[in-house]
Design a protein around this ligand. Sequence first.
Ligand SMILES: [Zn+2]
Ligand SMILES: [Zn+2]
Ligand SMILES: [Zn+2]
Length: 428
Amino acid sequence: MEGLEKFDSPGKGRGLRVTRPFKVGELLLSCPAYAAVLSAKERGSCCEFCFTRKEGLARCGKCKKASYCNKKCQKGDWAMHKLECSAMTAFGEKWCPSETTRLVARILATKKMQKEPCVSEKMMLIEELQSHLEDEDNEKRERTEADIAGLYRFYSKHLEIPDHKGLLQLFSQVACNGFTVEDDELSQMGTAIYPDVALINHSCLPSVIVTYNGASAEVRAVKDMKPGDEVLISYIDLLSPTEERNTRLRESYYFTCDCQECKSKSKDKVKLKVRKQSDPIEPQVISNMVRYARNKIREFRALKHVKTPSELLEICEQTLDEMGAVFDDSNVYMLHMMYQAMGVCIYMQDADGAIRYGEKILKPYSQLYPPYSLNVSSMYLKMGRIYMGVERHSEAVSAFKKALTIMEVVHGKDHPYVKDVHKEMGQK
Ligand SMILES: [Zn+2]
Ligand SMILES: [Zn+2]
Ligand SMILES: [Zn+2]
């Protein structure tokens, strides 16, 4: 923890600040997970212990479900995997705890193993994590109750489950402090708890970015920092306009942001850019279209796992047509829908479609996101890989290079993802 200290951040509670200068790209903090769980959809493609994605993983001989790099990873994971190994076999198709429930089971098991907490170099203990139990609405409470039911159903054989009040507290802590572990293309690999990283407060103008190396979190500077500067990450997608960012922050984290960008709203105008027309578009028409866009985005999220890919693509195209009458192509709602459409095209292995959307997204993305953004690097990476797949090598190399400019800062030059991209660039 050299160069960092815990402090009371005015109006924000606990926070983290630097005690020496840090340069862009410098590592502030590397934090192994207190508890981590690989998403069920990644089962078989990634190692359950170190989250490495590769071919030829070896399956657990008992459940034939969990996969590992080698014996060492399997041994390392056993204390956690044993919570699920026999239950998965016993329940078969009916085994369906939520990812949150799975993570909570692992936290409870870890707590029990570490009866005497080692306080030496840790800044935060799991017990100290913030919770917002009293702020939760009924919908959230119902979800937690369902998760708790899952905990009793699938884990009671292996765990001493605390009383109801203690459980509600723990689920609330996980909701406010859990991190989604994402790969180089920002696809979710799992969920984890990093108590020290959870100390870091939010800003829409962050000074650091969190990336994942295996199941560990790494925090690197994306701005030069001087002693006394607070360490700030973004908890949310920074593409959204101010009002929407704050709705999201209030819904998930129970606060309103007062960073410089939230005060000045300097990027909102370009984010909500409307089409140039001879007669200016009425404000009423614009706000109606914003409402339409938000509804469509919510609807799309709900339909994503129900409709077929071609139906989804049709929804995207229709929505884009409708919005395109008012919004410019660089408007964030257009970008959001194009991003969804690109994802569907990738899924359908329609390279031309994916490239068509990707090329429209890239330029506004680089302008609207901060200079070092994982959203931008992952977009270049996706494009590089698609171009490579259709043998457009020079375009692939140019996209990979742009991804690397960002990744070498936010992931660090020695990160396995950076090495992978160098390798991919060399392939013809
Ligand atoms: Zn492994
Ligand atoms: Zn097993
Ligand atoms: Zn803000």
